[in-house]
Design a protein around this ligand. Structure first.
Ligand code: KIV
Ligand code: NA
Length: 274
């Protein structure tokens, strides 16, 4: 299908109205995201948010394809982007190409995202030269939690130069945009000014070319932890808790189902006006 937003359109949004992005993992949520956002990211955060995994490291290609298909079905005007899961691209360009092509072909998403800066530049160039639009992801890269030693801010003090070098490397390799995760706001602002591709911030301050959040975080549905950069725009977790508590109480007290939720044994005789 011809979409109204494609990677080239995102690239053209550099420096303009902020690019609005959220994650989505299911068709119904993708439909709501699609109505309001430019990009619906099928993030590998799906492992933690929907499947209760302790990190994103256990997320598989099959999970990404299944959720990717669901999101693609819900997107009419926005652009779905699908995360490459841990272990599916780090070995080298050929492995990355094989799995990126499979993700795109089997989910229908027109672009992929992968984590890593300068060390992934060769892979990003290999993909982009062969028809795979790549969104890069630098700063805090959660798939590297075990080597980074936690989910800390990346790019303070002596680290700033290497994050800037990562940004320049992924741009030179052909990425159409780059996610900056948990990067100090001054550095994110300098990267945004320096690059000609859009920066999409998460915990990276106001100066990025766009913003992204995990949709379940901003809806108040995923409450396991609450990073400083998440603003809660809803309390859907609380609303669901109240609704389920009310249902449980009504089942126990036999208040539910009421007569209107049940079926009579005999159909009422059809009168002139039944
Ligand atoms: O997996 C994810 O949700 C992400 C975004 C938060 C950038 O990578
Ligand atoms: Na991700």
């Amino acid at each position: 299908p011809v979409r109204s937003v494609l990677p080239a359109d995102i690239l053209a949004r550099k420096g303009g109205t902020p690019i609005v992005c959220l994650t989505a993992y299911t068709t119904p949520v993708a439909r709501i995201v699609d109505a309001h956002c430019d990009i619906a990211l099928v993030g590998d955060s799906v492992g933690m948010v929907l499947h209760g995994m302790p990190s994103t490291l256990g997320v598989t290609m099959e999970m990404m394809i299944l959720h990717g298909r669901a999101v693609v079905r819900g997107c009419q005007k926005s652009m779905p982007v699908i995360d490459m899961p841990f272990g599916s691209y780090e070995e080298g360009p050929a492995q990355a190409y094989r799995n990126a092509a499979r993700l795109m072909a089997e989910s229908g998403a027109p672009a992929v995202k992968l984590e890593g800066g300068a060390h992934m530049a060769e892979t990003i160039a290999f993909l982009t030269k062969r028809g795979v639009p790549v969104m890069a992801h630098i700063g805090l890269t959660p798939q590297s939690v075990n080597t980074l030693g936690g989910y800390k801010v990346v790019g303070r003090d002596g680290e700033a130069d290497s994050v800037m070098a990562d940004a320049e490397a992924v741009q030179a390799a052909g990425a159409f945009s780059v996610v900056l995760e948990k990067v100090p706001e001054g550095l994110a602002s300098r990267i945004t000014q320096r690059l000609s591709i859009p920066t999409i911030g998460i915990g990276a301050g106001l100066r990025c070319d766009g913003q992204i959040l995990v949709v379940d975080d901003m809806l108040g549905l995923f409450t396991e932890f609450r990073p400083k950069f998440v603003k809660r725009y809803g309390e859907l977790g609380r609303a669901a808790d109240e609704a389920i508590a009310a249902y449980a109480a009504e089942v126990r007290s036999r208040a539910f189902p009421a007569p209107e939720h049940a079926f009579a044994d005999v159909l009422p005789t059809k009168g002139p006006k039944s």
